[in-house]
Design a protein around this ligand. Structure first.
Ligand code: NDP
Length: 284
């Protein structure tokens, strides 16, 4: 059996069309959604991510502002920019591209963003609301995964779900979202003793490890849903996920590719959060 491919590009295009329609209406009513992006340093991967986010904003009819700082910028300068954007009623979303240079305390930077404009969903207040099952800005990558599962009517209630990775931006919020939808969730990480024992009994596996082709077909239950969050650059310049796609697709029932899987949905949910913030500002 070969798995069905869950096409993230196609789903993202559909959702973004809706977002663009909503943005147009809101703009006509006097509030054009606006995302401000802050980039510090010259990390080439970060520069690509920022470029993609800005382009996605423009395509959806949003206004986008980009602020670039040198790698050795004093943190106070960036904090001052965040404060200025927090106070600007024309800005609905603020995103600081991670990772930041070593002389920054990332937690402090994320906490400086107003929770009302934290469209990445990384602020402690928004993560706390998520944990409590209350409305907040959800982190874009795990939320995008939930939308992908929903689009395929994947049964979450009662499912055994295994999340590999426990980062604050992907693994942990992913586990919380699956849990709140009724899955029985196991979170694996670098200290997990027998990873394959867990993954082999999972109906849904989410790999967010950062290691190319880490999850192989022999670690997957036949027919499982396999979601690959990983984005890894190989020596030959190609992108690879955390899942060994070739062996996994022979066992899984449904699988996301890399590229063209979770990545496009992450940016889509960033647009969704920014639109939501703009709607709140406009009192909708
Ligand atoms: P982190 O490096 O923050 O977290 C990786 C996690 O994997 C950690 O919890 C770590 O465990 C765990 N891990 C590492 N080695 C192993 C192992 N041998 N066995 C089991 N678990 C292991 O990464 P992120 O969560 O930020 O990102 C994960 C991947 O997703 C990356 O490839 C990243 O590029 C990609 N990504 C993709 C996005 C998208 O839009 N598609 C968005 C964000 C990230 P421990 O905690 O014990 O160290």
């Amino acid at each position: 059996m070969t798995a069905r491919i869950l096409d993230g590009n196609a789903l993202a295009a559909k959702v973004r069309e809706d977002i663009a329609t909503n943005a147009r209406t809101l703009t006509e009513q006097g509030t054009q959604p606006c995302l401000a992006v802050i980039l510090v340093g010259e990390n080439p991967a970060s520069a690509v991510y920022v470029r993609n986010k800005v382009a996605a904003c423009e395509k959806a009819g949003f206004r986008s502002l980009k602020f670039t700082f040198a790698v050795d910028v004093a943190p106070e300068v960036v904090f001052a920019k965040i404060a200025e954007l927090n106070a600007d009623p024309g800005v609905h979303g603020i995103l600081v591209q991670l990772p930041l240079p070593k002389h920054f305390n990332e937690d402090q930077v994320l906490e400086a963003i107003s929770p009302a404009k934290d469209v990445d969903g990384f602020h402690a207040e928004n993560l706390g609301l998520l944990l409590q099952g209350r409305k907040s800005f959800y982190p874009c990558t795990p939320w995008g995964v939930m939308k992908m599962l929903e689009s395929e009517n994947v049964q979450i209630k009662g499912a055994e779900a295994v999340v590999i990775g426990r980062s604050n931006i992907v693994g942990k919020p992913m586990a919380v979202m699956l849990l709140s939808q009724g899955a029985t969730v196991t979170v694996c990480h670098s200290q997990t003793k027998d990873l394959a024992f867990h993954t082999r009994r999972a109906d849904i596996v989410v790999a967010a490890v950062g290691k190319p082709k880490f999850l192989t077909g022999d670690m997957i239950k036949p027919g499982a849903v396999v979601i690959d969050v990983g984005i890894n650059r190989l020596d030959d310049g190609k992108l690879a996920g955390d899942v060994d796609f070739d062996s996994a697709k022979e066992v899984a029932g449904l699988i996301t590719p890399v590229p063209g899987g979770v990545g496009p949905m992450t940016i889509t949910m960033l647009l969704a959060n920014t639109l939501e913030s703009a709607k709140r500002t406009a009192g909708k």
